[in-house]
Design a protein around this ligand. Structure first.
Ligand code: SF4
Length: 469
């Protein structure tokens, strides 16, 4: 049985409302356990003698259907799996797909260093945050354990990102593990031929392990054997075939595994799944076509249950869609994306610069901000707290009001008479109907800007500075 409501969780808590967890009541804490913004251990009383049984029960009842495993250590450690649902609208997906990019042990050292740096330095600013990639996968191409170990050492010297050690040869994996045994790498992979030796490595080095077989019965049987040995940090690779009928079968296998884990409660196979879009390079030989198909595969398996994937192309036209699709799929559909309310400077505003109002819906805010900064318009940009709702809907729903606009400037200690020479604010065109109210409540002159921020430069040319009254 799994608990999925705060009321069910509440029964297991001490029910004293002592607030040691930072919440006013046990019921409030219970809802944070359900949305996973807190852990059971954040309630100190439940860890004390007398509650141990309830603590253990609650941890089990809250455990996600798909086992959550961690790769790496420290601040860059990456958690994968951890899902309870098949479709995002049922709750949300947790633990975004980990994107691992490969290096290999036959690379010249300078190229290896350059590639690792490219992977760890990749970032794309999007809606207030940087989209990044997560893991370096080191492939053994040489077949030489010493050479592989040297590559692992070099990579681990220059990055704190988690690692995947890739070889089907247990001796090669062991050589790599000796170098990074304290860094909790993922080892890839155990199959029907090497499983006995690889299971020993997973047990001895206490690291997570990938099991590989495109035959789902064999994959399940491997998972069962590893489970019986006490190895629970398992990732399943059911094979990623890049084209034709086999691609269709790959897609079906991913769905079958996840359905078995979540819908049918088959714990033996309820593990994170690995996709290997890199396999596109086995079929397509030129860089653009291979990158294109690799990105297509990455998109398919971000949408359908790939918890971690190994990729090759570092071309921006491949990486950008990969990180954007992941961000879209893993954005919590229950929470609008928003920025902190307040009054921000764009460029270097002076007393003659305009003061522009928008909402704190992140997509709106960053679109306006980008239109202003890319057109070198120095100004103040006020983000009004509308609970992350866009302008038109917030005006209609009462989240964007004259009082809220006044409040935003007051809380930011923004005094128009000190900061500006004009005591004027510019409302978005879609909030034109608030003009009279805002004038009454703030005492400021109110101008109505264009309905979308892309037209602000043209609007400025015609309307700014405002004519004297
Ligand atoms: S610390 Fe525990 S007992 Fe105290 S209010 Fe929070 S959940 Fe309840």
């Amino acid at each position: 049985m799994k608990v999925n409501s705060p009321l069910q969780v509440y029964k297991y808590l001490p029910q004293t409302n002592c607030a040691e967890c930072g919440e006013a009541t046990c019921m409030a804490f219970a809802s944070h356990l359900i949305d996973r913004s807190k852990k059971v251990e954040d309630c100190p009383p439940i860890l004390k003698e007398g509650f141990k049984k309830k603590y253990m029960e609650l941890v089990t009842l809250l455990a996600p259907e798909i086992r959550e495993i961690t790769i790496g250590t420290g601040e860059h450690a990456k958690r994968i799996g951890g899902d309870d649902i098949l479709y995002r609208h049922q709750l949300t997906f947790f633990d975004p797909t980990a994107l691992a990019y490969d290096v290999w042990d036959t690379m010249p050292e300078n190229e290896l260093v350059e590639r690792v740096n490219k992977i760890q330095n990749f970032r794309k600013f999007y809606v207030g945050k940087f989209l990044k990639v997560d893991i370096v996968a080191i492939r053994c191409v040489s077949g030489d354990a010493l050479k592989f170990a040297a590559a692992v050492r070099k990579v681990s010297d220059i990055t704190k990102l988690p690692l995947v050690l890739c070889s089907l040869d247990p001796a090669v994996l062991k050589a790599g593990l000796e170098v990074v045994k304290d860094k909790n790498p993922l080892i890839y992979a155990a199959n029907e031929n090497n499983w006995s030796e690889v299971s020993e490595l997973a047990l001895n080095y206490k690291v997570p392990v990938v099991l590989f077989s495109p035959d789902l019965d064999k994959l399940k049987s491997l998972a069962l054997s590893f489970g019986e040995m006490g190895i629970k940090d398992i990732v399943l690779d059911p094979g990623t075939y890049p084209q034709g009928k086999q691609l269709k079968e790959t897609f079906e296998r991913f769905i079958k595994i996840r359905r078995s884990g979540i819908k049918e409660g088959q714990k033996d196979i309820a593990y994170p799944i690995m996709a290997v879009p890199l396999n596109a390079w086995l079929v397509y030989k030129d860089t653009v076509t291979a990158s294109y198909w690799e990105t297509v595969l990455a998109s398919i398996f971000t949408v359908r249950y790939g918890d971690i994937m190994i990729l090759h192309s570092l071309e921006p036209y491949a990486m950008l869609p990969e990180v954007h699709i992941r961000d879209t799929i893993y954005t919590d559909p229950r929470t609008p994306v928003k920025v902190a309310p307040g009054v921000n400077e764009v460029g270097t505003p002076t007393k003659d610069s305009p003061v522009i109002v928008t909402t704190n819906f992140a997509l709106t805010y960053y679109t306006v901000e980008s239109d202003l900064s890319s057109n070198k318009i120095n100004c103040y940009l006020a983000a009004v707290d509308t609970d992350g709702i866009g302008v038109e809907a917030a005006v209609a729903g009462g989240q964007l009001t004259a009082a809220k606009i006044k409040d935003t400037f007051q809380k930011a200690n923004f005094e128009f008479k000190d900061k500006t020479s004009h005591s004027t604010i510019i409302l978005p065109g879609l909030a034109a109907r608030l003009q009279g109210d805002v004038e009454d409540v703030t005492g400021l002159r109110v101008m109505i800007g264009p309905p979308d921020s892309g037209r602000i430069p043209g609007w400025m040319e015609k309307n700014w500075p405002p004519k004297p009254k």
